[in-house]
Design a protein around this ligand. Sequence first.
Ligand SMILES: [Zn+2]
Length: 233
Amino acid sequence: MKGILKSKIFFIGLFLFIFLINAAQATEYRQCTRVVDGDTIILDRNERVRLIGVDTPETVYPSKPVEFFGKEASAFTKRMVQGKKVRLEYDWQRKDKYGRTLAYIYLSDGTFLNAEIIKQGYGHAYTKYPFKYLEDFRKYERESREKRRGLWADDPVASTERLAQGEGNKSPPGQILPNVAPQKSEAVTVYVTRTGAKYHREGCRYLRRSSIPISLEEAKKRYSPCSVCSPPQ
Ligand SMILES: [Zn+2]
């Protein structure tokens, strides 16, 4: 009897241990320390991660001229994750031939970065190799093209130039006074949520659950201004 009881306790203990290990892994968050370009980021412990299923224009190869829309894609990913906590999810292949980790990246509010890049028109669905969200990503790209977002806009070259001018001289939110010396809307960043129909200033209380940066110009096409934080119009 004693032997059976002992082994029961041992197995219960073992299951509990395995369960706790799994639970710990499931909620592990990492820090994004740097964004290399739209689809490649660096995590703490210097781990280089290539986002699965998305391809953004290159900006970093010195031999190539900056690819069309690359700067904007890179700036978008920066605004989304640089300096933030992220959660990783993997597919069938954990590393590529360059030793980069292949992963899906989620923010702590549940925003799915890989999908968001395609939905907002900052990259293509990369379908050369199979992955579990391939059909979803194709659909997002189709929608993004139809709605002429980002890369698919009528005049994305002009918006690239505007972005370059706007970087570095953005006024902090709260100092942008509507009607008084209005800023060029292309240079201003406002925020939207995953499900809402309004756009907001940074820090608005409605952004607690999700906060997706977007240019004011884009926001005005698809969202209406929040009446609580009254963002620039
Ligand atoms: Zn608001």
